[in-house]
Design a protein around this ligand. Structure first.
Ligand code: C2E
Ligand code: MG
Ligand code: MG
Ligand code: MG
Length: 280
């Protein structure tokens, strides 16, 4: 009886695994098509100045408008894109589109002149494939001021290959592009190492602001990240701000900027346009 049961279980398991593998393959084929068929688009989430309440810029967040699955969030396809190398063309698309869009807004609306756009960059894009050349090309083509573009990298990128990272960051810095460390506090970057890198901003990970790890201890962590940033001459953004309480605490801790559902969810380009116009 037991053996039979086990046999059946493993059959079910095999079938499920088979299904999952099939899914993954289909998704990969679909993702290749998505790039060619313009199914990728960007949403824009406002980043707000804590002191003034003004919008300082947007984070560009990729979405996949899949013909049968609907709007697919990045957690569902960025890891796959990274595994398959598709992240390189995908990432280029995101940089191009974000720069083109912000420049178009700036040309159209004086309110957009000072705004920045932040773009997430994966490890794979960072260490290979001429990221710096690509960025330089896009800035030249679109006419966007380099200081309006901010690239967000995670601590895992810093850990990957310290020498390559430091060199590439310096080359980006020389272009005039800004660098932010995303999801800060979740990785293992050492302070002395951070100090040597030409970065501009720390983005405190959402788990310390509104995640389930959010408690008195995280408030202390937030405070120490902010004072660390101060001593390194960096600005700080808090991600995942969902309620006025959290914003109050950030204000007390002297945080520069905040981003989160309390202000706005990521918006499609038309809604972001209306928001900049002041009638959003
Ligand atoms: P991230 O860079 O840390 O982006 C912030 C994520 O937090 C976004 O999720 C955003 O919608 C979400 N978020 C913002 N405010 C709140 C809040 O108040 N509460 C909660 N619960 N969530 C909030 P999204 O758009 O699903 O993106 C997830 C991750 O996917 C990003 O995390 C980033 O790591 C990655 N990603 C997104 N777009 C790109 C891209 O173009 N390239 C690469 N390489 N990665 C991307
Ligand atoms: Mg980010
Ligand atoms: Mg983040
Ligand atoms: Mg995050």
């Amino acid at each position: 009886y037991r053996a039979k049961e086990q046999g059946r279980l493993s059959m079910i398991f095999d079938r499920q695994m088979h299904q999952e593998i099939l899914e993954a393959i289909t998704l990969e084929v679909d993702l290749r098509n998505a790039l060619e068929q313009n199914q990728l688009l960007l949403h824009y989430q406002p980043i707000v100045d804590v002191k003034t309440g003004d919008i300082a810029g947007f984070e560009a967040l990729v979405r996949w408008d899949h013909p049968s699955r609907g709007l697919v969030p990045p957690v569902k396809f960025i890891p796959l894109a990274e595994e398959t190398g598709l992240i390189v063309p995908l990432g280029r698309y995101v940089i191009d589109e974000a720069c083109r869009q912000l420049r178009a807004w700036q040309l159209e609306m004086p309110e957009a002149a000072h705004l920045t756009v932040s773009v997430n960059v994966s490890c794979r894009q960072f260490v290979k494939d001429g990221l710096v050349e690509h960025v330089a090309g896009v800035l030249a083509e679109t006419g966007l001021a380099p200081s309006c573009l901010k690239l967000e990298i995670t601590e895992s990128v810093l850990m990957h290959d310290a020498r390559v990272t430091a060199r590439e960051l310096q080359r980006l810095k020389d272009l005039g592009v800004k660098i932010a460390i995303d999801d800060f506090g979740t990785g293992y970057s050492s302070l002395s190492y951070l100090r040597q890198l030409p970065i501009d901003q720390l983005k405190i990970d959402r788990s310390f602001i509104s995640g389930h790890e959010c408690n008195d201890e995280s408030q202390e962590i937030v405070k120490s990240i902010i004072s660390l940033a101060r001593s390194l001459g960096l600005t700080v953004v808090a991600e995942g701000v969902e309620c006025p309480d959290q914003l109050d605490r950030l204000r007390l801790a002297d945080c520069d900027k905040a981003q989160g559902f309390m202000f706005s969810r990521p918006l499609d380009k038309d809604a972001a346009h209306r928001l900049i116009r002041g009638n959003g």
